[in-house]
Design a protein around this ligand. Structure first.
Ligand code: GLU
Length: 322
């Protein structure tokens, strides 16, 4: 079977070198395996997404030497490759989950949810586990609440969160970790959640290998539970470290000097950036310029293993000097 990987960026800002690192790793994994690489634009959050960013990120990826076999601009057998054009599929999946009794309406307000507390570790993407308040509402309580508020829909997370072994690090997610709790699959304002859309799309597009940033580690058990509920075989999952600055803050789309657009503007050669990133990941011994193609054989687990890679001030200077 041909392996299929993907890069699935949200076009809510310019790609920075952290996004580039994830894209590079996912691309290298597939090129090394002789697999197919898909680009999918995750623009389901219409308020945050911009068509101009989607265009720019494609130019940036091509500048780096990362091409795709299916995706925007070139199409493919699972088109469309923009989530904003795939909502019918998400609605169908929700109907199935609803019929299977895997969802319930949740009327909790933002402030009620905020009082549950914040995520235990700084890189988590989803916040604290929802304790299931609305799961046990009686029919009358539900009716009373429904008269006042449109609900979100939550997926009932199984008591034992599914386990997985990371294909890149070989690490097994730990049994006995706190359950991530029931999570939203459709918001009260009608927006489908990332968890639902990404699972439906990866399944529909025949993705066999998901490789993404360690910030999404806590999403993986949720998505595995969704695969089980929609009766699809899950892909293998791998996570690469997040790039953080010298004070351990993750790089953000607001840090313009490390966006690919800024580096291109400063005439930094893509090979220089690739060489630095590959060296940081331990794929090559010296931080010398290299093309994406030249890295295909070198790709492997990031060494030493960690969930973050630090962009020191010195490295930042080396990166941004064209
Ligand atoms: N769209 C998500 C993001 O930009 C990534 C989705 C994924 O790789 O699962 O953070």
């Amino acid at each position: 079977m041909t392996r299929r990987g993907r890069f699935a960026p949200t076009p809510s800002g310019l790609l920075h070198i952290g996004n580039a690192f994830t894209a590079l790793a996912a691309w290298l994994q597939m090129r090394q395996a002789g697999g197919e690489f898909v680009l999918r634009i995750e623009d389901i959050d219409k308020a945050r997404s911009r068509a101009a960013y989607a265009e720019q990120l494609q130019d940036d990826l091509l500048w780096l030497g990362l091409d795709w076999d299916e995706g925007p601009r070139i199409g493919g057998r699972f088109a469309p490759y923009e989530q904003s054009r795939r909502e019918r599929l998400y609605e169908e999946a929700l109907d199935r989950l609803q019929q299977a009794g895997r969802l319930y309406p949740c009327y909790c307000s933002r402030s009620e949810l905020a009082s549950i507390g914040s995520a235990p570790h700084g890189l988590a993407s989803e916040g604290a586990a929802y304790p299931g308040f609305c799961r046990s509402l009686s029919a009358e309580e539900r009716q009373a609440r429904a008269a006042k508020k449109t609900p979100a829909l939550r997926f009932i997370m199984p008591a034992d969160a599914p386990l997985f072994r990371d294909t890149l690090t070989g690490q097994q997610s730990c049994a006995g970790e706190a359950s991530p709790g029931d999570f939203v699959v459709k918001r009260a304002d009608g927006m489908f959640s990332y968890q639902l859309a990404v699972t439906v799309d990866d399944a529909a597009m025949g993705i066999t290998d998901v490789l993404r940033g360690a910030d999404l580690l806590d999403s993986t058990p949720r998505q595995l539970a969704l695969y089980e509920a929609i009766d699809r075989t899950p892909p293998d999952f791998a996570h690469v470290p997040l790039l953080v600055d010298a004070s351990s803050r993750r790089l953000s789309k607001r840090d313009h000097s490390l966006t690919l657009a800024a580096l291109r503007g400063a005439a930094v050669p893509p090979e220089q950036l690739l060489g630095r990133l590959a060296h940081l990941a331990g794929w090559i011994d010296r931080p010398e310029p290299v093309t994406a193609r030249e890295l295909v054989q070198a790709f492997g687990p990031v060494r030493p293993a960690s969930d973050r890679l630090v962009i020191s001030d010195q490295l930042r200077q080396a990166l941004t000097a064209g």
